[in-house]
Design a protein around this ligand. Structure first.
Ligand SMILES: C[S@@+](CC[C@H](N)C(=O)[O-])C[C@H]1O[C@@H](n2cnc3c(N)ncnc32)[C@H](O)[C@@H]1O
Length: 309
């Protein structure tokens, strides 16, 4: 049975980042949250393998969220690892600290409230290894964040990131917009026009909007370029693309989820942006497709590792 976690969406002690990570990512469904965490931990382990932690090192995890990467690093490397968790979300830093206390490892951790573009509280060349997972994607000035990683690392220090590549999702919505606007889709079936309005609430529907949004204005090759420009060497990038059917969730859970922290959940879009008749028709068609087992979803993750010479 799926356990429903208490929703955080009206809790003023949270911000959009914490609401997404602690609620909307999994639609308040604990068993789905557990599944997501198992999948993410595989990516986290790849990132930690890349940086090669050793006893006594200091790791900086930038955009640390609820502490998943830092706490996993401590689990793997033991009591002599020191972890700096930095994030723009104060509620998430507090949440990470509470988890670290529960695990009895808070003494090893520091919690720093900084944007990745300006890690003012971390002195030059003081960090042995740095990581980012699904965090650089949200940073407005990615080259500046890469320069900060370079600045804080000791010579010979390594960094590794695992970042979603979401611009293909935006291109799909842009393509749907073009087809609908050009009238290339049968006008007696309103499905695609309604679907476009729904998808456009979660992803940019024009190339110009995609260029302006941090999550869609870069690809994996841009990450390599930012690393080169920041001065890194030994740069290696792997792009993982996994395409799977998307029918393993209850529809009600899927309705409560949103695909990334900048997007509203599907249920909110259907409630607020459609008439009752439009919603009934669109939801019925979307649900039919979702539950058919034929709908494919793609996850694209870029793993990049590099060394400060
Ligand atoms: C998808 S969550 C990932 C959290 C964590 N890295 C993980 O692997 O679970 C994105 C995180 O990036 C943080 N974030 C967004 N913009 C940021 C910025 N400019 N600087 C630092 N952190 C940022 C958010 O607050 C959030 O914690």
């Amino acid at each position: 049975m799926n356990m429903i976690l208490s929703p955080l969406t009206n809790d003023t002690t949270h911000d959009n980042w914490s609401r997404w990570l602690l609620s909307l990512r999994h639609g308040n469904d604990r068993s789905y949250d557990d599944r997501i965490r198992v999948e993410i931990t595989r990516d986290v382990d790849r990132v930690l393998d890349f940086v090669g932690l050793a006893p006594g090192m200091t790791l900086a995890d930038i955009g640390s969220g609820d502490g998943l990467v830092g706490l996993r690093a401590i689990e793997r490397s033991g009591a002599s690892l020191r972890v700096l968790m930095t994030d723009i979300s104060a509620p998430l830093l507090r949440h990470a600290e509470a988890i670290a206390k529960t695990l009895g490892v808070s003494e090893q951790c520091s919690y720093l409230h900084y944007s990745a573009e300006k890690l003012e509280g971390i002195a030059d060349a003081t960090i042995d290894a740095a990581t980012m997972r699904a965090a650089l994607a949200y940073v407005e000035d990615k080259p500046a964040a890469m320069r900060e990683l370079y600045r804080i690392l000791k010579p010979g220090g390594r960094f590794a990131i695992a970042e979603p590549i979401l611009r293909d999702e935006a291109f799909e919505v842009c393509m749907l917009r073009k087809l609908v606007d050009q009238g290339s889709i049968a006008t007696d079936d309103p499905f695609f026009a309604l679907l476009l309005r729904c998808r456009a609430a979660q992803y940019p529907d024009t190339e110009e909007k995609a260029r302006l949004l941090p999550i869609t204005n870069y690809g994996e090759r841009d990450l390599v370029r930012y690393a080169i420009d920041a001065g890194f060497t030994d740069i290696h990038l792997e792009l993982h693309i996994d395409v799977q059917t998307e029918n393993s969730l209850p529809w009600e859970t899927f309705l409560r989820t949103s695909p990334h922290p900048l997007a509203p959940p599907l249920a909110d879009i259907l409630d607020k942006q459609f008439t009752r008749e439009e919603r009934a028709y669109l939801e019925c068609r979307m649900r039919e497709l979702f539950e058919s087992g034929k709908q494919l979803g793609a996850a694209r993750v870029a793993f990049l590792t590099a060394k400060k010479p």
